[in-house]
Design a protein around this ligand. Structure first.
Ligand code: NAP
Length: 199
C-alpha cells in the first residue's frame, strides 16, 4: 500500500513507521522533517501537502497537539490551539485528503484519553478534542463512500512519554504496543470506529 504517515518522528508515530515500512511504501510528513512538510494547524499547509500526492491507499495521522493544564488556567488561546491542531487539523486531513486517495482507502486518526472515562485532572481541553474527534469519525463514516474507511485510535498514556515526564510507570503502555492499533485500523475492514489502544 502507498501510505502517508503524518507524525512519523513522534513517540507513537516512529513505532507505527517501524511496523509498516517493511511491507508498504510509506511517505512521511511532519512539521520539521520527513519526505514532505506539513503544519497541521494550517488548512493551507494541508492543502499544499495533498497537492503533491495522489493514489494513496491510506493516511495515518499520529499527531495532534493539544494543551494540558488545569481548567482555570487554560486560556482562550490554549483551547483554540487544541481545536485548530488536534481537531480541525485531522478533520482537514480527511476533507482535503480525499482528493489524494484511491477509490478505496483508509484514514486513521489519533485521539486519546479522557473523553469517555476521565481519570486525571488537567485534561479538559484534551478530553474535549478527543471526544469531538470521535464524534466526527463516527458521523463522517456515514457520509463517505463505503470504500473509504475512517477510524480513530485512542492511545492510553504511553510509557515513554510518562518516563520523559518523570511520572509513575505502573500506568501506561509502551509505544510499540500502542502502534499495533494503527496496523489494526490499516488492515481491518472497520469504519467509524474508535480503536482502543489500551489492549
Ligand atoms: N504520548 C502519549 O502518552 C499519548 C497518549 C494519548 C494520546 N496521544 C496522542 O498521540 C499523538 C502523538 O503523540 P506523541 O506523544 O507520539 O507525540 P510526539 O512524540 O510529540 O510527536 C509528534 C509528531 O507529530 C509531529 N508534529 C507535531 N506537531 C505537528 C504539527 N503542528 N504539524 C505537523 N506535524 C506535527 C512531530 O514532528 P515535528 O517534530 O517535526 O514537529 C512528530 O513527528 C497526539 O495526538 C497525542 O495527543 C499521546
Amino acid at each position: 500500500m502507498k501510505i502517508l504517515l503524518i507524525g512519523s518522528t513522534g513517540t507513537i508515530g516512529s513505532q507505527v513507521l517501524g511496523l509498516i515500512r517493511g511491507d508498504h511504501d510509506v511517505i512521511t510528513a511532519n512539521r520539521s522533517s520527513g519526505d514532505l512538510r506539513v503544519e497541521l494547524g494550517s488548512p493551507q499547509s494541508i492543502k499544499n501537502l495533498f497537492a503533491q500526492l495522489s493514489g494513496l491507499d491510506a493516511i495515518i495521522s499520529a499527531v495532534g497537539p493539544c494543551k494540558y493544564g488545569s481548567l482555570m488556567k487554560l486560556s482562550d488561546e490554549d483551547f483554540q490551539f487544541g481545536f485548530d491542531q488536534k481537531f480541525m487539523g485531522q478533520v482537514n486531513l480527511l476533507r482535503f485528503g480525499l482528493r489524494a486517495v484511491k477509490d478505496a482507502a483508509s484514514f486513521t486518526f489519533t485521539g486519546g484519553m479522557g473523553g469517555r472515562q476521565p481519570q486525571d485532572k488537567g485534561f479538559t481541553s484534551i478530553a474535549a478534542m478527543n471526544s469531538a474527534l470521535e464524534g466526527f469519525v463516527r458521523s463522517a463514516a456515514l457520509e463517505l463512500p463505503s470504500t473509504i474507511r475512517v477510524n480513530v485510535v485512542a492511545p492510553p498514556w504511553v510509557t515513554e512519554t510518562r518516563e520523559a515526564l518523570g511520572m509513575d510507570l505502573s500506568v501506561g503502555r509502551p509505544a510499540a504496543q500502542v502502534a499495533r492499533a494503527y496496523v489494526t485500523a490499516l488492515e481491518g475492514s472497520m469504519t467509524g470506529q474508535v480503536i482502543d489502544a489500551d489492549n
